[in-house]
Design a protein around this ligand. Sequence first.
Ligand code: ADP
Ligand code: MG
Length: 698
Amino acid sequence: MHTVSDYFGSLVFDDRVMRATLSADVYASLRKTIDEGLPLDSGVANAVAQAMKDWAVAHGATHFTHWFQPLTGITAEKHDSFISSSPDGSVIMEFSGKELIKGEPDASSFPSGGLRATFEARGYTAWDPTSYAFIKGKTLCIPTAFCSYGGQALDKKTPLLRSMEVLSRQALRILRLFGNTSARRVVSSVGPEQEYFLITREMYEKRPDLRFTGRTLFGARPPKGQELDDHYFGVIKPAVAAFMEDLNDELWKLGILAKTEHNEVAPAQHELAPIYTTTNIATDHNQLTMEIMQKVAARHGLVCLLHEKPFAGVNGSGKHNNWSIATDSGQNLLSPGETPYENAQFLLFLCAVIKAVDDYQDLLRLSVATAGNDHRLGANEAPPAVISMFLGDELNAVLEAIETDTPYAGTKRTLMKLGVDVLPRFRRDTTDRNRTSPFAFTGNKFEFRMLGSSNSIACANIMLNSAVAESLRIYADRLEKAEDFETALHDMIKKTIHDHRRIIFNGNGYDEAWIREATKERGLSNYRTTADCMPHLLDEKNVSMLTSLGVFSIDELVSRRDIMLENYCKSVEIEARTMTDMARTMIAPAIESYTAHLAGAASAKMTVTPDLMCRYESGLVRKLSVLVDDIAEKADALDSALVKLSEAEDILQESAMVRDSLLPAMTALRLPCDQAERLTARSFWPFPTYGDLLFGVS
Ligand code: ADP
Ligand code: MG
């Protein structure tokens, strides 16, 4: 009998395989590289490459690739085969340490935002030994970072690794102040919960909007949506269960700890959560998970939609980024401890996160910004674009007591003195189910809920790690100089709570009144769209923090802002072109056929019964004719808005035009089309409806 433990990780060159296939010396130096980031000498690299190749070939691999994450958000790979010719005409399978460590993809067509002139066509990929190599199909995939020859990062992994490094460095300074001399690293971990929709491939194929843009650009609401909440945690349908089973198998073979799966709130929506792991690996795993979801769906006659808002008026798909930081010995720094001293340390790390989220709201917001996620934030149970933090009643009461020097009701003693009093154990507040909070404390970790389902989790974690590292840096600078550590600590925690109280909000983030309070009274930022938030990447305070920590260079920041804005413009422009095309070549002709059919029916009836009024037909023909005129007009207006974009002087201006004129013109075109759908006979409508799509999987 084949059990999961037999094949879990069977396609991964993991620690078990390394131990079994490498000599003790080689294994020890590789381990040092993985654990401490020490460089690998070429002899060791050759030995590792040899073992990796033999293992991969034994598992059916013929090719290898450096697997990396360019700024497009997807992963890239270029396959090379292992074969080399031999003088006697046979082939041998070869793979050198050099090929393992460095690759040179012809990368001129990956976006670089001006960092790498196209004549200078090649960047290089560099092995990331902290993420295990794995086999996909017949290819050995080697996780790599992707840089230009000048050393500028062209990918998401490089800054993510840098951000993990700076967070570790600053957190260690704090731990030393608390007397911890043994920790050697502090590691951030993430468990990303991934939402997605499954629809049938047959229906997907019939909708150009889904095929070209990943979301529906038209579609009237079905009579039944998600109002009954009967899908959430409901019984999983057989076709979906078969998909999930197959998916789990594939993920487990790749060592991905897929753990839970359930139906989500919207019909056809589901969720997969892995067990959390080191951020870097969690990021690689999440990218792989998204890719494999789509592959496995195809095998089952399904399509997995990862778009943030595939259906208007129905819940969108997000990705909850459960984040915590722990020492290399496994002490979770966001978990309240057993002793008063541990509690003070916990409160300091908690404050570092509070300060980070308040000081860098804009960076967190823009780290999740895409055209798709703009539709999701603030709609149908997704958190709003305003960032706030949920701490729960108990923890909130503790902070309040500290800030105001008043007794905390939960302890027997009178005043809370840090480092003296024991904090209560925080129960997981039931209200953490409140999905409207963008950033919630859930007992021993934070859950950042603004990520879109298709986002790479790298971006959010780069910003989160960096911002928290910056808070810790400021704390450590002060505390290292303090004459009386405990007093300084107490004052600093108090001051943080006082200065950053505005970011803490335990109510309903979805309430209009909250958005008003947040922006008007608390001065929190509310960047509704990608075009609004992305320019702030280059705000002085952000550039200064990210460059002084060494997470990004200024050139890298400029290029990233430009690439993100370009992606935004391009995605919306493709949507706009798809809309005019569908409106003109599918929707309007369908309405015409149907009105002709109605008119024909009416005149046939009147031939037989001349005194008939045919009020039904003539009324409908009139309404549909008005709508089809409107559709033609709105399609022309959308075209003009598209043409006008060429007048933009730069990407900033273009993104503002996309936001201010293109998107509204798209909404204007959708309206009469959706109205016409409600009036047109189903047999005439040119593509599957929302009802077909959402309830089509059995
Ligand atoms: P839910 O949020 O649905 O109640 P859980 O809290 O069990 O579910 O976990 C959600 C995700 O958070 C999972 O991926 C889990 O592995 C992850 N997680 C749990 N503990 C931590 C932690 N200390 N750090 C980071 N992620 C964690
Ligand atoms: Mg959750």
